[in-house]
Design a protein around this ligand. Structure first.
Ligand SMILES: Cc1cc2nc3c(=O)[nH]c(=O)nc-3n(C[C@H](O)[C@H](O)[C@H](O)COP(=O)(O)OP(=O)(O)OC[C@H]3O[C@@H](n4cnc5c(N)ncnc54)[C@H](O)[C@@H]3O)c2cc1C
Length: 447
């Protein structure tokens, strides 16, 4: 049985009195009075059709842990401005979104499905207004998979700072080999006791033990997750981080200062309890398309999300665990570090390179050991400049996503290199980058 439900703007065209009781209850759950008020903007008038399965049907059912109806799909039309809200609501009601399509891709809501419900809800005025400005035949704007995913099954803030998840440390291993600089640790936490789950590209918050110099509890710090959703042990019960101990000379006193949270994390021991919040972040999500081109630009611990991607793409056990995601596109990692012993996860990456030479390209920029074309240190931007024409060509494909993660400030150098390549085609790089960003194909997380 297929049903159509409409939230917010298009609800106007229906009448509550024509609804069956069961459908009315469902629609009541989608009462547009909770809708955002800005659906009258151009973006807000875009509509998407969610196909949902397993939705519970009333408030009582909502409290149960078992969805009442497991078969059949419900179709919900959702204005762009309410996508996140609806996602969360559907998740709360036990529903699973099996697809999201821009409404024009499937036709209007009424011709998309054979048995539409043609009757809901007297919508309140503020939700009604957008309906008049939001025709069901909106402009064609394809939704990228990354955007669809961002709006769909991505868990956010399952644990908040006032009631964090307490995760036990399972392991805390050094990542920098002898001769490298600094201290970077790969730390794995046990998640088996609660409901903390995440997807690749998200971050978690860590609240260090103790208090700050005002006697108040420390604030949380964010760390990119370095493991896939299945965790390093592939049992869906762990999360791993890649943490560098912050260490710098105080600009006035010259004393060595160590960062609070990074020092705390680098020194924790197996068995210790750690306060974890989140997960957060939708900027660095990996598209579902197994044929995509994924360009990854990392410096230092910015490698964390890319390790998760590369595991998901290439690790044998991961590929077995994810039959719907058998990566066969191109992944290109350009990784900047100071010394060879600072190449984090080096063995893992090189092994992937040997196993998948057609699908994985690995380029290092080792600043203190390699020279750039001008005889200076080889930073990531120099590697990008060297390969800018090839990168530019790849970026012309609509399923190429470029990700950047690591040190704040790395963007500028990369812009410089890419601007040269773009100008050869008479294109303004910054404008092109903005277009990629709009299309959810340009992803930056620097800190
Ligand atoms: C989305 C996101 C993801 C992140 N992911 C990671 C990750 O995967 N791995 C990782 O290691 N970190 C990551 N970080 C950084 C992390 O959140 C912390 O900022 C970092 O660990 C430092 O925290 P701390 O408590 O150790 O330092 P703090 O005690 O908070 O000290 C930091 C402060 O020290 C001062 N400071 C720092 N450097 C200098 C300097 N050179 N000179 C003078 N003053 C200075 C600044 O005032 C700075 O605010 C991420 C940050 C974000 C926002």
């Amino acid at each position: 049985m297929r049903r159509v439900m409409t939230v917010g703007s298009v609800a106007l065209c229906f009448r509550r009195t024509q609804l069956g009781l069961e459908s009315q209850k469902i629609l009541d759950m989608y009462n547009p009075s909770v809708s955002g008020g800005n659906a009258s903007t151009a973006a807000g008038s875009r509509l998407f059709l969610y196909e949902v399965q397993g939705l519970r049907q009333n408030a009582e059912a909502d409290k149960s842990s078992t969805p009442i109806r497991k078969s059949g799909s419900v179709f919900i039309t959702v204005p762009y401005t309410r996508m996140n809200q609806e996602m969360q609501r559907i998740a709360r009601l036990g529903g699973k979104i099996v697809s999201i399509q821009p409404i024009e891709a499937v036709g209007t809501a009424s011709n998309a499905v054979p048995t539409p419900i043609t009757a809901p809800v007297a919508a309140p005025a503020e939700a009604v207004a957008p309906a008049q400005t939001a025709p069901t035949t909106t402009k064609k704007k394809p939704m990228t998979q990354a955007a669809a995913k961002a709006a769909s099954s991505v868990p956010v803030n399952l644990y908040k700072p006032n009631s964090p998840y307490i995760g036990k440390v399972l392991s805390n291993e050094p990542l920098v080999q002898e001769g490298g600089s600094g201290d970077v640790q790969h730390i794995t936490f046990d998640l088996s006791e609660g409901n903390l789950h995440y997807v690749e590209g998200q971050s978690i918050g860590i609240i260090p033990a103790g208090t700050d110099d005002k006697g108040k509890p420390h604030k949380l710090r964010l760390y990119s997750i370095a493991s896939t959703r299945h965790g390093d042990r592939l049992d869906d019960k762990t999360v791993s981080l890649c943490v560098r101990q912050l260490e710098y000379k105080h600009p006035e006193s010259g004393e060595t200062v160590y960062g609070t949270c990074s020092t705390y994390l680098c020194n924790i021991e197996p068995g210790d309890d750690v306060k974890i919040t989140g997960p957060v972040g939708k900027e660095m999500l990996l598209p579902d398309d197994p044929e995509a081109t994924i360009i990854m630009l990392a410096t230092g611990t910015g490698i964390a999300p890319f390790r998760a991607y590369l595991w998901r793409m290439f690790m044998e056990a991961e590929r077995q665990a994810n039959p719907d995601y058998q990566f066969k596109g191109l992944a290109w990692l350009i990784f900047g570090v100071p010394y060879t012993p600072n190449v984090l996860y080096k063995e893992e990456f090189e092994q992937i390179g040997e196993q998948y030479p057609e699908n994985f390209k690995l380029t290092y920029a080792i600043s203190r050991e390699q020279e750039n074309a001008e005889g200076g240190r080889m930073y990531i931007q120099h590697r990008v400049a060297e390969h800018a024409d090839e990168l530019w060509d790849l970026m012309q494909k609509p399923n190429t996503h470029t990700y950047m993660c690591g040190l704040k400030g790395m963007e500028d150098g990369i812009d410089e290199g890419m601007a040269v390549a773009a100008s050869k085609h008479g294109v303004d790089w910054v404008e092109f980058r903005k277009q990629m960003k709009k299309a959810h194909r340009w992803h930056v997380e620097t800190y």
